[in-house]
Design a protein around this ligand. Structure first.
Ligand code: GLC
Length: 530
């Protein structure tokens, strides 16, 4: 069980409105009480914060906004004292444009070796005024920006995030050193950002299609030249050797938006990463058929490489599941929700989110939680547009709202200013006025609260070793039910419109109240002693 901490929004010790490492340390008991095994922290490195820290200017330090290396060491020690492991984020696809390498590349000029660390090219057209190719940025607009001397540089994300040239041994060596730097400081592993993007097809062949969330090679469409290239695997093999040279268990989990499951499995072959995020599962529609298929395909997909399956419903890049499931008809994981958009049904969203979480927590493998989901926190779906900070909002020319709505600071104390996020009322994104009802102190120990549900589900998951289990599917699940056994637990989720009868047996936990006659209402999951 790995819990994602988004440092900007978790807890703010110094009161500047931005979370920090000392804030995280002060709230570690919450994670220990919840019963997770590890925390993964999104980037806290020096950064101009054009992409909330995924634009790293120095890979071996802590941004003063978040604290110091001493604060980091104290956090690791405090986590270990509570039996929690610590995973940090590694951003190897691109640096910040403030990174010394990019600054040197700009000064050194065209043709210089300093420029080889990135992808600089001449433009097309008589004066080179057109980008070198038609590649699009994930955040919108072209993936190229021109510098004053006329050359262009590649950035698959924001223009402040130039892509590194991984063909260069110097780039590879730099990241080996970065791995060692944090391993020596005691981290247990790395979450590898944009793991499917580091290597580009040689010659940067043209590609004019829009970016889609998940890359998959189709019969007609070859793999896009910027994603899922075979060469990335050599990098992870080399990193794995570094990790294996350290004492104890160290791990890597890849953020690779690729499908189908067999493509994803390539990232977690025995000599590469340990885990990869299962985004196909995150994006599976809320129907019994789709959920069952996503589960079966995920488990079958990793089996040939002998790896562990992973499960995730929310993170800092997608609409929180308590909100996206609150739409009767289809919903989108990407893009955000704002003023003037169709709004989710909050009660429906929360009911389904709790059912989805209990289904996820019954599955074998590793599960990832995103801060606040254990409180039932919804997306901020009415964030004023003039508060938005996600580069997606700007680069899409205000067409895509972006990811700020899932990044709003966590409410800890119902009655405190900023709901206890910090000592005062400052918060880098405004919290909805009624978020006191989701505050951790309003839910802790309260029967039926989402926090109690998560805590109890994690306890049972551990007791019954669900993470290590094997699923046995029932035969009579029909159209509306997902129904299987994992060891001693029978798991049933009702996706239908009417209550479903439950088999005999003790109901250990249910994501919502059962009907008066003991049947399982729609959008509810039950764990039954088999
Ligand atoms: C990953 C991160 C996302 C970031 C992007 C660029 O997808 O999860 O937050 O914007 O990489 O680094």
């Amino acid at each position: 069980m790995i819990y994602q901490v988004y440092p900007r929004s978790f807890a703010d010790a110094d009161g500047d409105g931005m979370g920090d490492l000392r804030g995280i340390t002060s709230r570690l008991d919450h994670l220990a009480d919840l019963g997770v095994d590890a925390l993964w922290m999104s980037p806290f490195y020096p950064s101009p914060q054009h992409d909330a820290g995924y634009d790293v200017a120095d890979y071996r330090d802590v941004d003063p906004r978040f604290g110091t290396l001493e604060d980091f060491d104290a956090l690791v020690a405090a986590a270990k004292a509570r039996g929690l492991r610590v995973v940090v984020d590694l951003v190897p696809n691109h640096t910040s444009s403030d990174h010394v390498w990019f600054q040197e590349a700009l000064t050194a000029g065209p043709g210089s070796t300093k420029r080889e660390r990135y992808h600089f090219r001449k433009g097309l057209g008589p004066d080179g005024e057109q980008p070198p190719n038609g590649w699009q940025s994930v955040f919108g607009g072209p993936a190229w920006t021109r510098v004053p001397d006329g050359e262009w540089y590649l950035h698959l994300f924001d223009s402040s995030q130039p892509d590194l040239n991984w063909d260069l041994p110097e780039v590879r060596q730099m990241f080996i050193d970065v791995l060692r730097f944090w391993l020596d400081r005691g981290v247990d592993g790395f979450r590898v950002d944009v793991a499917h993007g580091l290597i580009k097809e040689s010659g940067l062949p043209d590609w004019t299609e829009a970016q889609v969330p998940i890359t998959s090679p189709g019969a007609e469409h070859r793999t896009p030249p910027m994603w899922d290239q075979d060469g990335v695997h050599d990098i992870y093999r080399e990193w794995r050797r570094v990790l294996d040279s350290y004492e104890g268990d160290r791990m890597m989990v890849g953020e690779a938006w690729v499908s189908p499951a067999e493509r994803m499995a390539r990232y977690i072959r025995p000599d590469e990463m340990h885990q990869a995020f299962n985004f196909s599962y995150l994006m599976a529609p809320w129907t019994a058929t789709d959920q069952r298929a996503a589960i079966v395909e995920s488990i079958e997909g990793v089996a040939p490489v002998g790896a562990v399956c992973t499960w995730v419903l929310s993170n800092h890049d997608v609409v929180r599941h308590a909100s996206r499931l609150g739409f009767e008809a289809g919903y989108s994981t990407q893009g955000g929700i704002g003023v003037g958009d169709a709004q989710p049904d909050e009660a429906l969203g929360l009911r389904r989110a709790r059912a989805a979480t209990m289904l996820m927590l019954s599955l074998p493998g590793s599960a990832y939680l995103y801060q606040g989901e254990e409180l039932g926190l919804p997306e901020h779906t009415t964030l004023p547009d003039d508060e938005r900070q996600d580069p997606t909002w700007f680069r899409s020319k205000h067409e895509v709202r972006g990811r700020d709505g899932c990044r709003v600071p966590v409410p800890w104390e119902a009655a405190a200013p900023s709901f206890g996020f910090g000592p005062g009322s400052a918060a880098w994104l405004p919290q909805p006025a009624d978020w006191g009802r989701f505050a951790a102190d309003a839910e802790r120990g309260v029967p039926g609260s989402t926090l109690s549900l998560y805590t109890e589900a994690l306890r049972l998951r551990r007791t019954h070793q669900l993470g290590r289990g094997v699923l046995q599917w029932g035969t009579g699940e029909g159209e509306d039910l997902v129904d299987f056994r994992n060891g001693g637990i029978r798991v049933i989720t009702n996706f239908g419109q009417v209550p479903a009868p439950l088999p005999p047996g003790e109901v250990l936990l249910a994501s919502g109240d059962l009907a008066a006659d003991g049947s399982l209402p729609p959008d509810t999951t039950a764990w039954i002693r088999a």
